[in-house]
Write a protein that binds this ligand. Structure first.
Ligand code: ATP
Ligand code: MG
Length: 258
């Protein structure tokens, strides 16, 4: 193995990425996702979701913006004040951020549960294993068709996300976000696209890349005082956060060629 890149058993000759390449991190991440797609952990469709995310990450400057940081602190306040917080994990999130999920779980005590659009028993087991290997305590067991959806994201555990009051959904699809809100849950989305249905439907949207967002949320879980949490919860305004994210993008675009 050269330069620390991942190589799967069915590696088909992807060029090795030189570490001095200006987009090294992005290229290594793409290769990692492609390898997870070959092993079935990431759905092929998940690769296009990643591409959409990358495009929006360019627009926010591939950094955590001031608004995203405020959203991350508010997400921590929501998780720490929840009765039954759950972190929902799909293939892309497991492939990109399994250690970050484990660290956030340790910081806030949330239950970690796998939920997939392209669900097979095999994929659920593979993703649970990745999470466990990264140190997460994964909630598994008998799933039932409990969410009001006609596709496979309806499957979840009764004592898991079905009973959650606050649910963190990185890289979510708009349909399920809407269904969870319709069930009376508070939904925290992590989505680089401030215009997505998910971003607009969630209780709180963190417009940041998932591997940057999760450590910030975990850090805030450990640092916020009860008074800080109450202040953040009282001032939660997702419309404001999204309009600020769009304003930050517009400002960057208007100076893009300076
Ligand atoms: P919606 O259904 O909410 O309108 P969509 O159909 O555009 O969204 P999905 O494929 O359902 O998108 O969900 C994936 C979302 O996750 C996209 O909006 C994409 O911007 C975002 N995304 C992809 N990769 C990342 C990442 N690494 N970090 C944060 N967000 C990401
Ligand atoms: Mg969608």
């Amino acid at each position: 193995m050269r330069h620390g890149t991942l190589r799967s058993p069915d590696y088909r000759g992807v060029p090795v990425i030189p570490p001095d390449h200006p987009r090294y991190r992005s290229l290594v991440t793409r290769e990692r996702l492609a390898e997870y797609a070959r092993s079935g952990v990431v759905a092929m469709e998940g690769l296009t979701s990643h591409g959409r995310g990358e495009a929006f990450d360019y627009l926010i400057g591939e950094q955590t913006t001031a608004t995203a940081r405020l959203a991350e602190q508010t997400a921590a306040a929501m998780l720490m004040s929840a009765r039954h917080p759950v972190i929902s994990v799909n293939g892309n999130t497991a492939a990109l951020a399994a250690p970050e999920i484990a660290a956030l779980q340790k910081a806030c005590g949330a239950l970690v549960e796998v939920n997939l659009f392209h669900r097979t028993g095999q994929r659920v087991l593979q993703i649970e294993e990745i999470l466990r290997n990264a140190g997460a305590d994964v909630y598994s067991g008998e799933a039932e068709r409990l969410l009001p959806l006609t596709h496979d994201r309806a499957w979840c555990r009764r004592e898991g996300m079905y009973s959650a009051d606050v649910i963190l959904v990185p890289l979510e699809d708009g349909d399920r976000c809407e269904a969870l809100i319709g069930m009376g849950k508070k939904v925290i989305a992590v989505d680089l696209n401030p215009l997505s249905r998910t971003a607009k439907t969630a209780t709180l949207t963190v417009v940041d890349e998932v591997t940057r967002a999760l450590p910030e949320i975990a850090k805030a879980c450990l640092e916020l005082s009860p008074a800080d949490r109450n202040r953040l919860l009282a001032s939660l305004d997702n419309h404001y956060l999204l309009s600020e994210a769009i304003r930050e993008i517009t400002l960057r675009l208007s100076h893009a060629l300076d």
